[in-house]
Design a protein around this ligand. Structure first.
Ligand SMILES: *Cc1c(COP(=O)(O)O)cnc(C)c1O
Length: 408
């Protein structure tokens, strides 16, 4: 408990804190809309207060242990490592958290923050439904209303998650305008939020968006990297040579990277979806092929179409399907403190099956991108070198899709 208290103090991820303007270098930034700007300032101030508040620290620590099941273990994937024939591969098992992924880490924080600010409701968008389920879970636990905006196309596609959210007591708002997917769901959720600024908190799903969201989400995810560093040292006596995570918006990656930002010798690698190939237009490799731009109220690397609009993107993993990326990753990349690689849909499917068959762990399709990259580079490394992968989530949600794609 005491260690958790001390390490939870604010100073820890100082190396990627934003300026007063919410900027990380030239990325990120604050929203200009006057009413929203005021709401964002209130959230920021509330956040700075609670993270120093003894009661909050105590409650977060208790919920992490008794509700989420933290600390999640580190696992040495011996058969997968032997199969690749090189470096030893380890996993940080965020898939073992309650609700099956890392998202519960920041959703708990956001819901506790909403309570602290006297709000009775959380509002959010969801794409594949993963963020919606984690938020609905945390809201049920804290007795808050939860309203999730979701495109009609996604509602059709992700039915099990829609059912979960409903069972958990969330209200689902179907969004049919435009393409009826994530982007429209964000717009719709923000519009509702504007009407209910006093009673509700907008709870974003990744380490992106306008300030203070990237900071808040990465703060609550930093528990992953902090635990992982200590556990890895205890288990192996050394730091890993590489720390690898998949990157959609960037929350699981910034969470695990943040534990190792002070360790120059540890190479941090984010893995983006190369979809059907970087040479096609069906991918979401924002860092690899994007340009500096803006999206949903913040500056970052972004994939644009010929008209300069955010491009339609593709990945086999709907949780990675976003044309932008968090501002902290955009800065880490420009500073050379992390590198960003990619894995294709096909590599992802191979990694998904390899981990299932060799270790008895069915990973999320998102996570399988990080595993695919680790498998690719492990074979060219020596057996006394190590790779630590953030196993961001489990793949139960993906099994029907896999049965359609893979011949068993
Ligand atoms: C949502 C999700 C991701 C992608 O989101 P990040 O914010 O980039 O971490 C990755 N893995 C799983 C299991 C997810 O649910």
């Amino acid at each position: 408990m005491t260690t958790d208290k001390m390490t939870d103090s604010y100073g820890l991820h100082h190396s990627i804190l934003p300026s007063n303007d919410g900027l990380y270098g030239e990325f990120g930034g604050k929203i200009e809309h006057p009413e929203l700007a005021k709401a964002m300032d209130d959230i920021e101030q509330g956040f700075r207060e609670i993270i120093k508040d003894e009661d909050f620290i105590e409650e977060m620590s208790r919920l992490r242990q008794t509700y989420v099941g933290r600390p999640s273990p580190i696992f040495h994937a011996r058969r997968l490592s032997a199969h690749c024939g090189g470096a030893q591969i380890y996993f940080k098992r965020e898939d073992l958290n309650h609700t099956g992924a890392h998202k519960i880490n920041h959703c708990l924080g956001e819901v506790l923050l909403a309570k602290k600010l006297g709000k009775t409701k959380v509002i959010a968008e969801t794409g594949a439904g993963q963020h919606g389920v984690a938020l609905a879970t945390a809201a049920a636990l804290m007795g808050l209303e939860c309203e999730i905006h979701m495109g009609v196309v996604d509602i059709e596609k992700e039915h099990p998650n829609v059912s979960r959210m409903k069972i958990l007591g969330a209200k689902i708002v179907p969004v049919s305008r435009g393409a009826g997917t994530l982007k429209e769901a964000v717009d719709s959720a923000f519009e509702t939020y504007l009407d209910e600024l006093d009673s509700s908190l907008f709870a974003i799903g990744s380490a992106l968006g306008p300030a203070p969201y990237p900071e808040i989400v990465s703060y609550f995810q930093s528990v992953v990297g902090r635990e992982a560093r200590t556990q890895f040292l205890e288990t192996t006596g050394n730091l890993p040579n590489k720390v690898v995570a998949c990157v959609g918006g960037g929350s699981n990656a910034i969470g695990i990277f943040s534990g190792f930002l002070g360790d120059k010798e540890v190479e941090k690698v984010g893995v983006e979806p190369a979809g059907e190939g970087l040479e096609t237009s069906n991918h979401a490799a924002t860092m690899t092929l994007g340009v500096k731009g803006a999206l949903h109220g913040f500056k970052c690397y972004v994939l644009l179409d010929e008209d300069g609009e955010p491009a339609p993107v593709h990945s086999i993993a709907s949780g990675l399907d976003y044309p932008g990326v968090g501002p902290q990753h955009s800065l880490l990349r420009d500073m050379g403190l992390a590198t960003y690689e990619s894995a294709t849909d096909a590599e992802c499917l191979d990694a998904f099956m390899a981990l299932s068959r060799l270790e008895g762990i069915i990973p999320a399709l998102e996570t399988a991108h990080a595993i695919a990259y680790a498998m690719r580079v492990a074979k060219d490394m020596s057996p006394d070198e190590t790779i630590l992968v953030n196993l961001s989530g489990r793949g139960d949600k993906d099994i029907d899709f896999i049965l359609d794609k893979v011949k068993l």
